[in-house]
Design a protein around this ligand. Structure first.
Ligand SMILES: [Fe+2]
Length: 324
């Protein structure tokens, strides 16, 4: 993801976010990684935007910028996230959602490269909270996804919808608390920090067609856990456990460790069924008529141990959403 070029420490930024928020990156020296080396982008012949659009159309996912420039971009984003700026009446809801998405992606890049810090985690959580508010004010989940799919990545919309379903499902348990909801939401923000758009494509292909997963994708729950474990005082242990288990299945056919029923706790089981249900919602384009089929599909895999109660709670959330 990074290397040193001429003593510069470079951090990978998804090109799509640079294109969406070009004014954040104006005047910044950018590099691309081509044929095993970093090459400085030259804007002599065409604009920043034209160069990046061309690279993106050729399948290039990231540009690389120096750590000092990156920190500067993060500071500017922090200012944009301040409530008075963020909720300025001239700011459109689309720009708000897109800014939250970019904060999330850049925080991921920061944590991957430099490790978690209280400030970056706070920015990620703040963006999530603001997205939850936007989702809360939307007429429904489908309306929310439809409205923001042009300005946000599918992965980020999935995180937001997962966090809503997760909160509602956890609310069905007598032991739920604000802190437990926060720790679980943090897991969905951080569980895929090492994944990028290409690795998500590979994962979706594996989920629908089976086959082999690349090592980086197959190990992403443990890679995220290793990065976060270096700052254990910042990340609750329940969050780490969920992250490590989020692609496991009670029948032992999950990954990366193929653990079985007895190794899951109730919180992980709730998180997993909610995240898989949201995957199915997106896959089936939020078709209400298919809810029953989706639940049946999940029940085939996710049963036994803590999964029975997790599924009961999720079913009750889906049923109450349908009756409103
Ligand atoms: Fe994942």
């Amino acid at each position: 993801m990074y290397s040193r070029v001429m003593n510069l420490e470079l951090i990978a930024i998804p090109i799509i976010h640079v294109l969406k928020h070009q004014n954040l990156f104006e005047g910044i020296e950018a590099h691309i990684f081509l044929n095993d080396k970093f090459i400085k982008l030259n804007y002599a012949d065409e604009s920043y935007q034209e160069s990046l659009e061309k690279l993106s159309s050729k399948g290039m996912v990231h540009i690389y910028i120096a750590k000092t420039d990156f920190n500067n971009v993060m500071l500017q984003l922090q200012t944009r996230m301040a409530n008075n700026k963020f909720y300025d009446p001239l700011t459109t809801e689309e720009l708000r959602a897109s800014t939250c998405n970019t904060v999330h992606e850049l925080s991921k890049a920061y944590i991957n490269r430099l490790g978690a810090t209280p400030e970056v985690l706070e920015m990620m959580k703040d963006a999530n909270q603001k997205m939850q508010k936007i989702l809360d004010q939307s007429p429904g989940i489908f309306a929310f996804v439809k409205r923001f799919k042009a300005t946000c990545s599918e992965e980020y919309l999935k995180i937001s919808v997962t966090n809503l379903v997760l909160t509602m499902t956890l609310n069905k348990f007598p032991w739920k608390s604000h802190l437990i909801v926060q720790k679980s939401m943090m897991a969905s923000l951080l569980c895929d920090i090492t994944m990028n758009s290409k690795s998500f494509d590979a994962l979706y292909h594996y989920q629908s067609q089976g086959g082999e997963l690349d090592d980086d994708v197959a190990r992403h729950p443990m890679l995220a856990s290793e990065i976060l474990n270096r700052k254990r005082d910042l990340i609750p242990s329940e969050t780490i456990t969920i992250i490590e288990q989020h692609h496991e299945r009670p029948d032992g056919k999950g990954f990366p460790n193929g653990i079985t029923t007895t190794r899951f706790n109730q919180l992980s089981a709730v998180f997993i069924v909610c995240q898989r249900f949201v995957d199915l919602l997106f896959k089936n384009h939020f078709d209400h008529k298919l809810h029953h089929e989706m639940i049946k599909e999940l029940q085939k895999v996710y049963h036994g141990g803590h999964f029975d109660k997790a599924m009961d709670a999720l079913i009750s959330v889906v049923e109450s959403a349908e009756s409103t």
